[in-house]
Write a protein that binds this ligand. Structure first.
Ligand code: ATP
Ligand code: ZN
Length: 296
């Protein structure tokens, strides 16, 4: 396919843990993804961009080479790639708040572990050799890294390695294989990246628009609009309680002297406990509503 210089190219995972979440983010940013027959690319109907569906491991290469100007990939995959290259070919534009996981060293239940020194002379099986080698170097420990592309949890049972280093979210897979985590090497989440190569003016403008929409989506995902009525003397306390709200709007209530409506955007979750506290501070008729769109 001839790369279209008037359209932005966004690389996302074809199928896996990040595919639906990446599509969901773009959809929330207002991009209508055309479901064509071509499974490797998809056109965006209402924005000058095309999606490229690839394996997550290929996304850093595609973006660094400039084949795709933008990409969504796990921080873990990106870091592993970056450690294996001389020049940083990408820039991280935003952390996306999904695909959270940790890269952990784990060992069979019976293995003693008292800190990184316990890894000295051991064999560690992993799909993240560069990250593990850096961890070992940072801790001044000498160990052998055994690179595997999958089924890393089996390595101890097969006596390929005494330790493994793999991605963990709940820990259920480790447990099912009789392993326990002993060390966290990296915390990860999905990130939006951009090529470090210079963009033509069209791509730069499209990229700015995309980024500002995605930032808007990320801001609204955690934000709520909160409204309530309160007597004047409660306003100071109420402002202190409101989570992540800057400068609430205070409007006098018609026909109720000394009473006000308080409106605010809260940039954090609003829990029942918070509502209870607001009520105790004197607020009434408290309303929490989701925010559909926001442009910062
Ligand atoms: P591909 O076929 O694209 O190479 P994959 O099998 O390498 O896919 P997935 O298992 O789909 O990758 O995981 C994609 C990303 O999801 C990971 O790189 C990581 O950033 C994130 N992730 C979140 N939680 C987990 C988890 N518990 N285990 C593995 N990856 C996770
Ligand atoms: Zn992969």
């Amino acid at each position: 396919m001839l790369v279209d210089r008037d359209r932005l190219h966004i690389a996302i995972q074809k199928s896996g843990r990040l595919s639906e979440l990446s599509r969901g983010l773009l959809r929330d940013a207002g991009l209508r993804i055309q479901n064509g027959k071509n499974e490797l690319t998809a056109r965006i109907e209402n924005f000058a961009a095309d999606l490229m569906f690839v394996r997550d491991d290929d996304i850093p290469t595609f973006v660094s080479d400039g084949a795709c100007e933008f990409g969504i990939v796990g921080g873990n995959v990106l870091e592993e790639f970056a450690l294996g290259t001389e020049e940083r070919g990408f820039e991280i534009l935003a952390k996306l708040g999904f695909g959270r996981c940790s890269l952990r060293i784990a060992a069979p239940e019976a293995t003693a572990y008292e800190g990184p020194a316990s890894l000295a002379g051991a064999r560690i099986a992993t799909s993240y050799p560069n990250i593990v080698r850096r961890f070992l170097a940072d801790n001044g420990v000498d160990a052998t890294v055994v690179t595997m592309n999958g089924a890393v949890e089996l390595a101890p049972r097969l006596q390929i390695a005494g330790f493994i280093c793999d991605l963990v979210s709940t820990g259920a897979t480790l447990e099912a294989n009789g392993l326990r985590p002993v060390e966290t090497v990296l915390e990860s989440e999905a990130v939006l990246i951009r090529t470090a190569r210079p963009l033509n003016q069209i791509h730069a403008d499209l990229g700015d628009r995309l980024l500002s929409r995605i930032e808007g989506v990320l801001a609204t995902r955690d934000s709520k609009y909160i409204m309530m009525n309160a007597p004047g003397e409660a306003l100071k306390r109420i402002t202190e309680i409101l989570p992540g709200a800057e400068a609430p709007t205070i409007i006098p209530l018609h026909g109720r002297a000394g009473h006000f409506a308080v409106h605010a955007v809260c940039q954090e979750s609003v829990f029942w406990e918070t509502l209870q506290k607001l009520k105790e501070a004197g607020a009434s008729a408290i309303l929490v509503v989701p925010i559909e769109k926001m442009m910062l």
